[in-house]
Design a protein around this ligand. Structure first.
Ligand code: DX5
Ligand code: ZN
Length: 228
């Protein structure tokens, strides 16, 4: 299980995305961030919901054997309810599904929690916050995509900064305690502004694995985000 927002409040959590790692040397690349990362972000793509294909439950099960980090599994797949059980059985601590990919979002989120994992819901950049308004009282995390999902190394969409602010304000107003995670184009240049806007979990692929020293890149991101 992942730590709750209440447990980690005041801290920034770094979740390196292995999408930018070397898939043929995955265990080595995970070890590089093990001591500095809070979670490990695993991007699952099906070639339907997004125009790319990555990995499935067997790879998650193999990763589980090589790291003690909580596994943060981001499902960019159509009708994800079909696979949540397989990913939790493989070792996912948090399963995040896209609101756009679920006909019965509430049912899928309940299903994830019933399996003992944290339940996350994600929105593409063009999907308004109102799409998840009715489930906000029962999610562990909201993932705001800050690029269009499918690929690493894209540019942060500037208007997402205000979306983060509005979601944090909404959570504070209602007294909800979910993590706000952001994913896409996060790096040293925008980490501070994103954290101040209200996101507490930063996913980063290219800015961590594109660095010669991924552990140092995690440290730097955390320091920049949380500096006072
Ligand atoms: C994109 C994925 C991201 C990706 C982010 O669809 O969900 O997790 O790895 O990559 P960067 O940090 O390189 O933008
Ligand atoms: Zn992701």
């Amino acid at each position: 299980m992942i730590a709750t927002y209440t447990e980690t409040q005041g801290r920034v959590l770094i979740s390196p995305s292995i999408l930018s790692a070397d898939f043929a040397r995955l265990a080595d690349d995970i070890r590089k961030v093990e001591t500095e990362a809070d979670w490990l972000h695993i991007d699952v793509m099906d070639g339907m919901f997004v125009p790319n294909i990555t990995i499935g439950p067997p790879v998650v099960a193999s990763i589980r054997k090589h790291t003690a980090l909580p596994l943060d599994v981001h499902l960019m797949i159509a009708d994800p309810d079909r696979y949540v059980e397989a990913f939790v059985a493989a070792g996912a601590d948090l399963v995040t599904v896209h609101a756009e990919a679920c006909t019965h979002l509430d049912r899928v989120l309940q299903h994830i929690r019933s399996l003992g994992a944290g339940a996350g819901v994600s929105l593409n950049p063009a999907t308004p916050l109102t799409a998840i308004e009715e489930v906000l009282d029962r999610v562990d995390l909201v993932l705001l995509m800050t690029v269009n999902p499918g690929f690493g190394g894209q540019k942060f969409i500037p208007s997402m900064m205000d979306k983060i602010r509005r979601l944090r304000a909404q959570a504070e107003h209602a007294g909800y305690a979910f993590h706000i995670q952001v994913d896409g184009g996060i790096g040293p240049a925008n980490a501070r502004e994103i954290y101040v806007a209200g996101a507490d979990v930063l996913v980063a692929g290219n800015s961590i694995y594109g660095d010669a020293d991924p552990a140092e890149a995690c440290r730097r991101l955390r320091g920049l985000a949380c500096e006072s």
